[in-house]
Design a protein around this ligand. Structure first.
Ligand SMILES: [Zn+2]
Length: 252
């Protein structure tokens, strides 16, 4: 089915769109995925560094890896797919973005209702007190070999505010993500292969609650089989095109 026909099928009044987003959306912004081939850094794999055990054993090594990632991230900008989701929200039909990405590009694109289920790399948090601070600046990112300490309690280390392997999701964020899914009647699944649980369960939940599921991805994925429509192609092209046509069809 072509895009125009799909747009006509899904357009209706009272649309409440939630977007479930994965790393595919940030590729056009120059972000490596840090999984698979992209994940190697100085012969370490992401799975060896993004863990509480690695941080306990060698916090300098883990922080230096995050500094390397931040130096890449500082050059990244939101692309037309991020911007299209901001417009969707501005028009009042996008109710929330649930993202597995930690790069913060939705926030920079101006989207307001975002749940970063895997955390946010631009912030660090104290390992002991409840203090958070931004570290997305080149001074911090260049400061290789240094351990950052909490500016509040002064005695404990900061760690990146992301969910590591072997850690569970923040229950408040998970509840918020589920709320969006429960309210939605049209779910966009964007740039995610849908293999990382529990996030991968959300399209199924939306479907069971009666939502239509439209997938945007570079290739078919396990989500395709439960999607009502799959739009194959780079999402920085397909998503703005689809959303533009949807606005046209709805006259908004
Ligand atoms: Zn502290």
């Amino acid at each position: 089915m072509n895009v125009d026909s799909i747009v006509r099928k899904v357009a209706k009044s009272n649309l409440k769109i939630t977007s479930l987003v994965g790393s595919g959306i940030s590729k056009a912004s120059g972000m490596p995925t840090f999984r698979g081939e992209d994940g190697m850094w100085n012969n370490y794999k992401a799975q060896d560094l993004a863990t509480p055990f690695a941080f306990q054993k060698n916090p300098i090594l883990v922080w230096d890896w995050y500094r390397a990632r931040m130096r890449i991230l500082l050059k990244a900008k939101p692309n037309p797919a991020h911007q299209a989701l901001t417009e969707l929200e501005a028009k009042g039909i996008g109710i929330g973005v649930v993202t597995q990405n930690v790069d913060g590009l939705h926030e920079i694109a101006g989207t307001q209702n975002i749940v970063e289920v895997h955390g946010r790399i631009r912030y660090a948090r104290c390992i002991s007190c409840n203090h958070y601070e931004r570290w997305d600046n080149s001074e911090f990112a260049e400061n290789v070999g240094e351990l950052p300490y909490c500016s509040e309690c002064k005695i404990n280390l900061l760690r990146p505010d992301v969910v590591w392997f072997h850690e569970t999701l923040d229950p408040d964020k998970w509840t918020k993500a589920q709320n969006y899914i429960e309210q939605t009647n049209l779910l966009f699944v964007i740039g995610t292969s849908g293999v990382v649980y529990p996030v991968a369960s959300l399209p199924q939940v939306a479907k069971q609650m009666g939502a239509i599921v439209v997938e945007f991805n570079i290739e078919e994925t396990p989500i395709s089989s439960i999607s009502d429509y799959s739009i194959i192609g780079p999402c920085e092209k397909t998503l703005p095109e689809f959303i533009g046509k949807l606005f046209e069809e709805m006259g908004i």
